[in-house]
Design a protein around this ligand. Sequence first.
Ligand SMILES: NC(=O)C1=CN([C@@H]2O[C@H](COP(=O)(O)OP(=O)(O)OC[C@H]3O[C@@H](n4cnc5c(N)ncnc54)[C@H](OP(=O)(O)O)[C@@H]3O)[C@@H](O)[C@H]2O)C=CC1
Ligand SMILES: CC[C@](O)(C(C)=O)C(=O)O
Ligand SMILES: [Mg+2]
Ligand SMILES: [Mg+2]
Length: 330
Amino acid sequence: MAKMYYEKDANLDVLEGKKVAVLGYGSQGHAHALNLKDSGVDVVVGLYEGSKSWDKVKEDGLTVMNVEDAVKVSNVIMMLLPDTKQKKVFDDNVKANLKEGDALAFAHGFNIHFNQIVPPENVDVFMVAPKGPGHLVRRVYKEGKGVPALFAVYQDYTSNAKELSLAYASGIGATRAGVLETTFKEETETDLFGEQAVLCGGVTELIKAGFDTLVKAGYQKEIAYFECLHEMKLIVDLLYEGGFEKMRYSISDTAEYGDYMVGKRIVNEDTRKEMEQVLKEIQNGKFAKDWIVENEINRPVFNSFRNKELEHPIVEVGKNLREMMSWIND
Ligand SMILES: NC(=O)C1=CN([C@@H]2O[C@H](COP(=O)(O)OP(=O)(O)OC[C@H]3O[C@@H](n4cnc5c(N)ncnc54)[C@H](OP(=O)(O)O)[C@@H]3O)[C@@H](O)[C@H]2O)C=CC1
Ligand SMILES: CC[C@](O)(C(C)=O)C(=O)O
Ligand SMILES: [Mg+2]
Ligand SMILES: [Mg+2]
């Protein structure tokens, strides 16, 4: 069994007397910065001038400065910029301002693993990668809970990088749920695979395929939405709380029989073979190369998919139905 680290294994005092610069204030950035602040850590946020989040940081009671200044005044620099912007910001604004013994930190291993960022030798390099979206990292922290995370040490210049990683994980609430040691390679490959094949790509295509099948057969699209998208969350809540066992305990025997008979017809041997291929393309760097090039040419494929997805009928029906459920906020 993997070694797990919890609250008792982390010492937040390791961050005492240090300042943490959280670069970026998006999904992960706002969550790390606010959780660290609420944990008593000294935090500044680094952004570019003109960022749409600049005023939000101030409204949230944090100090904001440009990236160069944030790096200069800090000892731990957490890179929470989009993966595709990290290399340029690191080369142009971060690198020259790092001091001996600082720590450069990541929430995803992409840029280190695929050699986009080459850190100087005289700093620690670690990762604390929450296994959940940033908005949930913040929400569950406020509820006194945590999102699990992975941590990894890539470079241990100070011989203190592991303690520092665990302290950071504690500061964002992750040690409340459990933290697991990994490498940048393992985190990068598994994270990319998970989001592509299962969590994001897999789930959205499964939902759309179910919705489209019902609507094509003449059923009301509102029913198709409730059946294939809305109830997904309720089923996944049971999986989250108690695994397959709790979900199958709660559903009817009729649903459980259908689950055993039909699941493997949907996710079949061909799907599993394709998953293996997807994993190979992550491991051999094909996905990373395609994504880097796509960004160099200003994202034509990405933008076209993003626009096309908004035209799918599930978008409008979902919007209308969610508006009637006052407890759901965007
Ligand atoms: N999204 C998630 O939940 C998860 C993300 N991660 C990782 O966390 C990292 C951050 O991702 P995510 O939170 O999604 O990113 P977002 O796109 O949500 O936020 C990026 C932030 O960086 C700011 N930014 C953009 N360009 C610059 C720049 N040149 N200088 C300074 N700031 C800049 C943006 O500014 P502005 O506000 O003006 O747009 C924004 O605040 C990535 O490595 C990602 O893989 C890991 C786990 C989960
Ligand atoms: C599942 C997507 C994710 O890996 C995450 C929220 O963990 C991401 O990159 O946003
Ligand atoms: Mg992830
Ligand atoms: Mg990811």
